[in-house]
Design a binder for this molecule. Structure first.
Ligand code: 5AD
Ligand code: SF4
Length: 476
């Protein structure tokens, strides 16, 4: 089977932060930071780079130059953790040549495994969970004095709202902006509530200001990040009460409008929506502003209501399909993507077939597809048996992927002949003669180089496609 990067997203792995130090030109020490996992982790690494920069560290791409090596990790599936362990073993070898180098683990694995990586496995010198990054300079000092440098305290209010991240992205055009942290949902398969703590939102003013600054600095696209963006709320308790009557309340639809108004030339995306919480107000906001991109990532996980119940997702197949109907009604040309898990605990053949039939109904433009991987301490681990044999999980996953590849190709074929507004991201990976960029629907378009540059909007007539990419030419 063809492996198609638009259809299957393995966890992003091993990207190195190499932005230049923005605020502190007197940085004398070097930080090497490598990131794994979701977009939120990549965004967090930019916050970490900023904190470290203020404390005299410039980032480097060369690990052998580094005084401090940090690895920002993911726990979502077992293979993500395995990859990090291999990397830590490589770092350990480097440390034997360079004993002064400090090696630290950040992110979800740090939170999940706490002291064990430091005390039992002796793989790192420092452990910092997702809410402890302000403490990194102190922790590094503690390593120097021979103390156990661990901070895995989760916070109810840390949002790093005041920190201006050092940017790592597609050449200064597109940036992540974190709008909330943590998750209160408790999906039974998911480790995130344990590693990232309770849900909390960042103030709308700091979000809008950050987007404004990005636009002033030449950025033309922001992706607003949160584990469940639909439950973004400012000045409202989780029971719906107003906290301070003198301050306006802001929900996600209202936040989207505020960010959309930063500039019509700033594209706005967001991730991730939750089907149980996605309101029509969000869809109406998207329909109202051209720069709120026509793309929604709406993870379904399974097409069967009983599996969804075991997953504790809080919606049924029918509810999900109703949300899809609402998207099509309110935003007629909206691309939709999803996440699907194959072989969750107790999944029968019939339940798997229901996932395939749901895919037939929705016809996703993109999908990220995974085999179920049992995670320690989750509800599923405590309540259910991970009883689907590996070969059955794999076979079901192949069927899901095969189907999705067909829909991705059809989705792209339906664009042939159309003229798309593309935000130019730069040279295409394969040829310096070609440029690439995305449509509002998040499709990658490749077209011959002409007199346009990164950050420009161009109209491209689509002439051909694969299941992953559209090809075209600039339309006169
Ligand atoms: N096993 C497999 N996939 C998982 N995901 C989350 N937890 C697990 C797990 N234990 C998937 C879900 C989620 C995406 C980010 O990762 O599909 O939406
Ligand atoms: Fe991985 Fe989830 Fe943590 Fe992101 S929040 S790094 S996906 S476990």
């Amino acid at each position: 089977m063809q492996k198609d990067e638009n259809v299957i997203l393995e966890d992003r792995q091993g990207e190195v932060l190499d932005s230049l130090p923005a605020q502190n030109n007197k940085a004398t020490k070097k930080l090497y930071i490598e990131s794994y996992g979701c977009q939120m982790n990549f965004s967090d690494s930019e916050v970490v780079a900023s904190i470290m920069n203020k404390n005299g560290y410039a980032t480097t791409r060369n690990i052998d130059d580094a005084n401090v090596v940090l690895i920002n990790t993911c726990s979502i599936r077992d293979n993500a953790e395995k990859r990090v362990r291999n990397r830590l073993t490589e770092f350990k070898k480097k440390k034997s040549d360079n004993p002064d180098m400090v090696v630290g683990i950040l992110g979800c694995m740090a939170e999940r495994l706490k002291k064990s990586l430091l005390e039992q496995e002796k793989l790192v010198d420092l452990v910092a969970g997702p809410d402890a990054y302000r403490d990194l300079p102190n922790l590094i000092d503690e390593v120097g004095t021979g103390q156990k440098a661990v901070n895995v305290l989760l916070s109810r209010d840390e949002t790093y709202a005041d920190i201006s991240p050092v940017r790592l992205d597609k050449g200064g055009i597109s940036a992540f902006v974190t709008i909330m942290r943590g998750c209160d949902n408790m999906c039974s398969f998911c480790v995130v509530p344990f590693t990232r703590g309770r849900e909390r939102s960042r103030s709308p003013e700091t979000i809008v200001n950050e987007c404004h600054d990005l636009f002033q600095n030449g950025y033309r696209e922001v992706t607003l990040l949160g584990q469940n963006v639909d439950s973004y709320r400012w000045n409202i308790t989780n029971k719906g009460q107003i906290k301070n009557p003198d301050v306006p309340t802001v929900n996600f639809a209202q936040l989207l409008e505020r960010v959309a108004q930063v500039s019509p030339d700033l594209r706005v995306r967001f991730s991730t929506s939750h089907p149980k919480d996605m309101t029509d107000d969000v869809l109406y906001a998207m329909a109202k502003y051209e720069n709120l991109c026509n793309y929604i990532h709406l993870p379904v996980q399974s097409g069967n209501s009983d599996v969804l119940k075991r997953m504790n997702r809080g919606y049924s197949r029918e509810w999900y399909l109703d949300r899809i109907k609402a998207i099509h009604k309110i935003i007629p040309d909206c691309a939709i993507s999803t996440d699907i898990i194959s072989g969750f605990c107790g999944e029968t053949d019939f339940e798997h077939l229901e996932t395939l039939s749901l895919m037939d109904e929705v016809k996703y433009d993109f999908a990220y597809m995974f085999k179920y991987s049992e995670r320690p301490k989750t509800l599923a681990e405590r309540k259910f048996e991970d009883d689907i044999p590996e070969d059955v999980k794999s076979k079901r996953l192949s069927e899901i992927i095969e189907k999705q590849l067909g829909f991705a190709l059809k989705s792209n074929q339906s664009r042939i002949g159309k003229v798309e507004k593309v935000l130019v991201e730069g040279e295409s990976k394969r040829s310096s003669e070609m440029l690439c960029g995305r449509t509002s629907r998040n499709s990658m378009v490749v077209f011959p180089r002409s007199n346009v540059k990164k950050g420009d909007y161009v109209l491209v007539k689509i002439t051909d496609c694969t299941s992953a990419t559209l090809m075209g030419e600039i339309s006169k």
